[in-house]
Design a protein around this ligand. Sequence first.
Ligand code: GLV
Ligand code: MN
Ligand code: MN
Length: 415
Amino acid sequence: MDDWKALRVSAERLAADFEALSQIGATPDGGVHRPAFSPAHLEARLWLGERIREAGLRFRIDSVGNHSALLACGPDHAATLLLGSHLDSVPNGGRFDGALGVLAALEVLRVVKEAGLSLPVHLEAIDFTDEEGTLVGLLGSAALAGKLSLQELQAPRGGRAELLAGLQRAGLSESGLPGARRDPAGLAGYLELHIEQGPRLVNAGVDIGVVSAIVGICSYRLDFIGRADHAGTTPMLDRRDAGLGASEFILASRRLVLDEFPDCAINVGEARFAPGAFNIVPERASLALELRAPQADTFSRLETALLDLAGATAGSHRLGLEARFLGRHQPSPMGSLAQQAITQAAGDLGLRSMVLVSGAGHDAQSLADLCPTGMLFIPSQAGASHSPREFSQWVDCQNGANVLLQSVLRMAYRK
Ligand code: GLV
Ligand code: MN
Ligand code: MN
């Protein structure tokens, strides 16, 4: 008998958790500010630990700070099916990104525990450390997957001093981080529920997105270096204006992507001019550049093309260029087993689904080549995300949590 197909999450319990978590690090405009290892992030993790204990689940924190709820519902030596997401947010972010996936994962464990199901696998709901890249990006999942790059820790995109201070606040040690690695043989799979963070589901009027792949993400710090000069007396054509070169690069790189890499995206999310005064021609202009592509070959062609463009733009303004590589996560196809489970679970629940590529990065990227991995999306109103405007209808959150539950059971039973 497939009685498990009738199981559903408790929407009230999930909603109560969601409202309580949204208060931690709440911003006046309805979002949350919970960058990795900030006081609000650490408070959210304490709160999660309490919910886990309250549910009678085993609670574990590993050496990279990943927080887990464990349900031993399989035979003694069974592998573990992981489900989860992250509680950290971008600065001044939204309430749904990551948080919904962690809470839905916890709810799935509570439902399975209450139903007293014995599965062929154990279940673990996990809150990964520093998904958002305020410090490193996918830090917890990369460590768990044994992919933590020590080079990234020496020059992380959020700054080395910030990383070390954050680890200390969380009671973690840098040397201990790689110890969070898990043997892939012990992983039965990974499933993650997330908001889409874009407008495709809403525009198509579809309930559930079945993710086929996650884009690769690569970041650089680009410094254009010119000469500081008097802003009033130096003839316009004699200046070596680093700000001008950097600005031209921003415009030209956008053109390049639109013309030659239509399925890719780039972003210059921060620009700093130094010395930084009204009356000094900028000597140094420092840009935070991120590039994203869905396939490995396009990803490396885009990276080369952007670095070439930065070099050429600097040259044409008689500027120097320092390009500092700050980290890369490869594009990751999702597993067919998980995609099938999600599609069938959605269908069983009477929900419409469609296949799409994720333009956002996710912890599933770290695990995709180690175990059967999948992600499901729910609609994001107006496609807004990484902003307090981020919003999903509660019915969609509830649907997503039920699809997660049923996908987990399908993955566990291999149905
Ligand atoms: C994470 O959400 C990212 O895509 O930056
Ligand atoms: Mn996220
Ligand atoms: Mn995010």
